[in-house]
Design a protein around this ligand. Structure first.
Ligand SMILES: *Cc1c(COP(=O)(O)O)cnc(C)c1O
Length: 479
């Protein structure tokens, strides 16, 4: 048995083959069903119970990958993946991932990863300018928006109760802390609040108006009431581009309320933040420059392979105070940023490389053109919905998500919900497209998201045809 890694010759041979495989895969991606057609447990049951005793030939491993793993893949890069938020991984982003795996650096101290530490600062400063955010913001990369928001909310708690770092949240008397967000805020806000030791009763869901925006007069009133009750308001989370309908909170008014009450303002723009690179979209973001922190996910709508989430923070010292603990073996005397001081992870991946590649390869204009095209396609689809007597638009199309449903005035709301759920399931099980759903009030709404580099107008025509054809079939079955 030889020790050490794969011989260099073998590495090249398989490596070239894998690049060819990926290129073929992306070229032929439409031939795959969008959602894996596997049954739960199918992959697990098809693989051995224990690891092989002896090493295996890579050709054999790869052929098993094609035979067993590939059918269990849901193809997020498929041009008709319209569920959740449609995303895609650009080729240069894939290169970034490969090189980052090759270096395998862990950015904890500057000296363990100068490249990652400094390229992250440069890339996030480029992105900040592209987004039109002021210089007062500094960026830091985490894996996901859930984790970025967790850091933001932990900072907010540290600002109001800095002694928590020493004293914790138990075994002492504290007032009830309160965090406010709209009823449409992402569940990651709830999870983060729970995780920092505050229960659900610390989370206040503010009702929203007919456009699914947080009612700011209600927010102001509730904060005031909470104060008279002796509660301790500490944070407001506003959302630009909610997950359900991409609605937009009035961040400007929310920021004023926060300033008046000395509350930390976190803006969740995980999905829609990317659209701020378009000057004509900036009005949706009015007031976000007054936030204490903002999260944006390049892995959602900036063609970056998962994962890469950016948290922009005004007070980096506060972030550092919240998390910094330096054990003796990590003490250094370099005058440089040590990224381990800015979060819960010690080591972090070299994520900035892929984003740097992507921004350089597409250029600002290229990125703008792509986001703008996605928004155009969404408006086009919404026009088809509006023009059809068989469908109904259920929410404004702010970005590149369309909320709609099949409609028939002869049916009750309950029957419509049933029909739309059936329609979605039929479309999804066809393997030709994937759409998802949300509840808007009591209405079951279909969600069609556009955000992939691979999606063109012809793909939208295909899913529109598929929806119409499936609806017609369901009707005929019924009668
Ligand atoms: C997708 C999304 C999240 C969660 O993103 P992750 O990176 O998967 O944690 C949070 N907030 C909003 C508004 C989102 O759309």
């Amino acid at each position: 048995m030889s020790l050490g890694d794969i011989p260099s010759k073998e590495f090249r041979k398989h490596g070239y083959k894998i690049i060819d495989w990926i290129a073929d895969y992306l070229e032929k991606i439409e031939q795959f069903p969008v959602l894996s057609q596997n049954k739960p447990g199918q992959l697990k049951d098809s693989l051995p119970q224990s690891a092989p005793e002896e090493g295996e030939d890579f050709n054999k491993i790869f052929s098993d990958f094609e035979k067993f793993i590939l059918p269990a893949v849901t193809h997020w890069n498929h041009p008709n993946f319209h569920g959740l938020f449609s995303t895609s991984s650009s080729a240069v982003g894939i290169f970034g991932e490969m090189l980052s795996a090759a270096f395998d650096m862990k950015a904890m101290l500057w000296r363990t990863a100068p490249a990652s530490t400094e390229l992250e600062q440069v890339t996030l400063s480029w992105l900040r300018k592209m987004l039109g955010l002021p210089e007062s913001f500094n960026g830091i990369i985490y894996d996901t928006a859930s984790v970025s928001s967790l850091h933001a909310i932990a900072m907010a708690r540290h600002r109001i109760l800095p002694d928590t770092k020493e004293e914790g949240m138990s075994g002492r008397t504290l007032p009830l802390l309160r965090l406010y967000c709209s009823e449409h805020a992402h569940s990651s806000i709830d999870k983060a609040t729970i995780l920092i030791g505050l229960g659900k009763r610390s989370i206040v869901k503010i009702e929203s108006d007919e456009n699914f925006r947080m009612k700011t007069d209600v927010l102001e009133k509730v904060i005031k009431e909470d104060k008279t009750k002796g509660f301790l308001p500490f944070c407001v989370v506003a959302t630009i581009g909610t997950t359900s309908t991409t609605s937009i909170d009035d961040v400007k008014s929310v920021a004023e309320i926060c300033a008046k009450n000395n509350l930390f303002l976190h803006v969740d723009a995980a999905y829609a933040g990317a659209a701020a690179i378009l000057p004509q979209m900036r009005h949706y973001f009015a007031g976000w420059e007054n936030a204490d922190s903002i999260v944006i996910n390049p892995h959602k709508w900036l063609f970056t392979p998962f994962d890469l989430s950016v948290l922009y923070v005004k007070d980096m010292q506060l972030l550092k105070d919240t998390f910094s603990l330096v054990p003796e073996y990590l003490k250094t005397n370099e005058n440089a940023m040590n990224q381990m001081d800015y979060g819960i992870q010690l080591g972090r991946r070299f994520r900035a490389l892929k984003l740097w590649f992507i921004i350089r390869y597409f250029g600002q204009k290229g990125m703008q053109a792509r986001i703008s095209e996605d928004c155009r396609l969404a408006k086009l689809f919404a026009d088809w919905v509006k023009a059809s007597p068989k469908f109904q638009l259920l929410a404004p199309v702010n970005f590149a998500l369309v909320c709609f449903r099949a409609y028939d005035e002869k049916l009750t709301e309950q029957e419509l919900n049933f029909l739309n759920e059936k329609l979605m399931n039929e479309v999804n099980s066809s393997g030709k497209a994937f759409i998802s759903h949300t509840k808007i009030g009591e209405k079951f709404s279909l969600r069609l998201s556009i955000g992939s580099l691979h999606t063109q107008e012809k793909h939208l025509e295909k899913v529109w045809w598929l929806l119409n054809e499936t609806l017609e079939r369901l009707r005929q079955q019924k009668s």
